[in-house]
Design a protein around this ligand. Structure first.
Ligand SMILES: [Zn+2]
Length: 172
């Protein structure tokens, strides 16, 4: 599972955490803003109190336990030279290791747009490098272009549900 989502929903949905590559990091980990070290720690301990009317954080900002600087989410932002990438690098290495064992993969690309094409580039690399094919599910930008494969101009849930039903019918 290669995802640009940072919300951890794949883990929550039961996917094996060792088989998820979060290319933009995770909102569930914090890091030092400096950063003074590559250390990450769980964001679960952060329970910010917010003045909803004034849209202001009440109380102190979260701090790095090592140097006291402000902590930040371990999410890759634009022009972000302070992102601690070690955790993601490990995920990417595991993903590459798995892909090296796969022949002719079918890449199902879901809802990956053109504005931030990280996921699309990854899908293209996998298809080209491993001789696979692409199923692009996207309601607005489904054209697979020069990639071997098909585009399905529809939403993710309805498409996956339909594919699942067709596969179930074939196996019955
Ligand atoms: Zn620090």
């Amino acid at each position: 599972m290669f995802t640009s989502n940072v919300d951890g929903h794949f883990q929550n949905a039961g996917f094996d955490p060792l088989r998820i590559d979060e290319c933009h990091g995770s909102i569930h980990r914090l890091q030092c803003l400096v950063p003074c070290s590559p250390a990450l720690w769980p964001a679960s301990g952060l329970q910010p109190a917010v003045d909803e009317t004034r849209c202001e954080l009440l109380g102190p900002l979260p701090a790095c336990p090592h140097c006291g600087a402000v902590a930040r989410p371990n999410i890759l932002m634009f022009d972000d030279y302070g992102w601690v990438e070690e955790r993601r690098a490990l995920q990417a290495a595991r993903c590459r290791g798995w892909l090296d064992q796969v022949r002719r993969p079918v890449v199902i690309e879901i809802g990956a747009g053109l504005n931030i094409p990280t996921v699309r580039h990854f899908a293209h690399r996998v298809v080209l490098r491993h001789g696979g094919s692409l199923i692009r599910i996207n309601p607005r930008e489904a054209d697979p272009g020069s990639m071997p494969g098909i585009g399905i101009p529809a939403g993710a849930l309805e498409t996956l549900t339909a594919i699942d039903a067709l596969l179930g019918r074939k196996q019955a």
